[in-house]
Write a protein that binds this ligand. Structure first.
Ligand SMILES: *[C@@H]1O[C@H](CO)[C@@H](O)[C@H](O)[C@H]1NC(C)=O
Ligand SMILES: *[C@@H]1O[C@H](CO)[C@@H](O)[C@H](O)[C@H]1NC(C)=O
Length: 201
C-alpha cells in the first residue's frame, strides 16, 4: 500500500514535471542568426559588465520582460501574453518609432536568469546622427550571481539587420553602455575588475 502511494506520487510528480517542460518547450525555437532582407546586413555586438552588488538588486529592476522603463526609458504601451513566458510581446511608441518585441526564450534559477527577445523592424533616432533603421534584431541577456552571491555578472549579445553597419553597431554599443552604467549607478554598485572580493574579516 505504501509502495503504491509512493508510486502514485512519483507518477504525479513526473507528470507535473513533464507538463512544465512541455509548456516551456511549446514556444518554437527561433534562431539568433538573422537572415536579413536584401540591402540589409547582419551585425552583432557582445558586451559584459561585472558589478559588486548581489543579483537581487538587479533582478528587482530588470527581472520582468514587461517592465522595461530601465532599458532606455520607454515603457511598453502594449503587453500581450504572460510576463516572462516565451511568446509574450511588449511594445509601443518610443522616441518617434514603435517597437515590438517577442520574448523567445526565458530561463530563471536561483543564481540567475537568461532571456532572448526578437524585435520587429524599428528606426532608432540618435542624437547628433541620422536615425538608424533595423530590419529586425535579437538580443540575449544574462544576469548571473557570482563570487558567493556578492557580485553580479551581466552579459548581452545583440544581433541585427541594418543598411548602416557602423551606425547599427554604434547604436547598440552606446545603448548598452548608457543603460548598464545608469543601472549600476542607480543601485550604487561599483564596477568590479575581475577578482572576486576578498572577505574583510
Ligand atoms: C507586433 O508583432 C506581432 C508579430 O510578432 C504582430 O502580430 C502584432 O500585430 C504586432 N503589434 C503591433 C501593435 O504592431
Ligand atoms: C550611418 O551611421 C553613421 C553613424 O555611425 C553616420 O555618421 C552616417 O551618416 C550613417 N549613414 C547613413 C547613410 O545614414
Amino acid at each position: 500500500m505504501h509502495f503504491t502511494l509512493v508510486k502514485t506520487l512519483t507518477v504525479a510528480i513526473l507528470g507535473l514535471l513533464s507538463a512544465t517542460r512541455a509548456q516551456e518547450s511549446s514556444y518554437p525555437y527561433t534562431s539568433s542568426d538573422l537572415h536579413c532582407p536584401e540591402g540589409s546586413h547582419p551585425g552583432f555586438v557582445h558586451n559584459s559588465y561585472t558589478y559588486l552588488a548581489p543579483l537581487h538588486k538587479f533582478t528587482k529592476i530588470t527581472g520582468s520582460f514587461f517592465d522595461i522603463a530601465w532599458y532606455g526609458g520607454c515603457s511598453a504601451a502594449f503587453k500581450i501574453g504572460t510576463d516572462n513566458v516565451p511568446g509574450a510581446i511588449r511594445g509601443g511608441p518610443c522616441d518617434g518609432g514603435v517597437f515590438n518585441e517577442t520574448l523567445t526564450m526565458f530561463t530563471a534559477h536561483s543564481d540567475g536568469f537568461e532571456s532572448t527577445l526578437h524585435g520587429r523592424p524599428w528606426t532608432f533616432p540618435l542624437p547628433h546622427q541620422p536615425p538608424v533603421h533595423f530590419d529586425g534584431y535579437v538580443e540575449t541577456m544574462r544576469f548571473e550571481s557570482i563570487c558567493g552571491g556578492k557580485v553580479t555578472y551581466i552579459d548581452l549579445i545583440s544581433h541585427w539587420c541594418t543598411d548602416n553597419q557602423s551606425g547599427g553597431y554604434n547604436a547598440w554599443y552606446t545603448i548598452h553602455m548608457e543603460v548598464f552604467q545608469a543601472l549600476a549607478a542607480g543601485i550604487g554598485a561599483p564596477v568590479l575588475a575581475g577578482d572576486c572580493p576578498r572577505s574583510c574579516s
